[in-house]
Design a protein around this ligand. Structure first.
Ligand SMILES: [Zn+2]
Ligand SMILES: [Zn+2]
Length: 99
């Protein structure tokens, strides 16, 4: 399978800081979504620092999920996202980080 990301074309650099030492992060966690994540390319290149941050449940984690959802919905639809991934991360992001 071609290594591809729904949220960036630059697979060789960290999505956050452009560091070129990257690992590929599955944006939606959980074994149940692993296959779907690969199918829809819901992955993102991150450097070690930002990869750790994404796994610590901080703002970056939710931001990546919301961005992935937005990109997915542009390509498919909101209904399809909800059908495949169940949770509306855009709505959750707005609720948590809106001032
Ligand atoms: Zn980084
Ligand atoms: Zn990861």
């Amino acid at each position: 399978m071609k290594l591809d990301s729904i949220i960036t074309r630059k697979m060789g650099e960290c999505y956050v800081c452009a560091n070129t030492q990257v690992q590929y992060h599955h944006i939606i966690p959980g074994h149940a979504y692993r296959h779907k994540s690969d199918e829809y390319h819901i992955i993102v290149p991150l450097c070690l620092k930002h990869h750790n941050e994404a796994h610590q449940g901080k703002e970056l984690d939710l931001t990546l999920r919301a961005v992935a959802q937005i990109k997915f919905e542009k390509k498919y639809s909101h209904e399809k996202w909800m059908e495949e991934f169940k949770i509306d991360y855009k709505e959750r992001y707005e609720r948590e980080f809106r001032k």
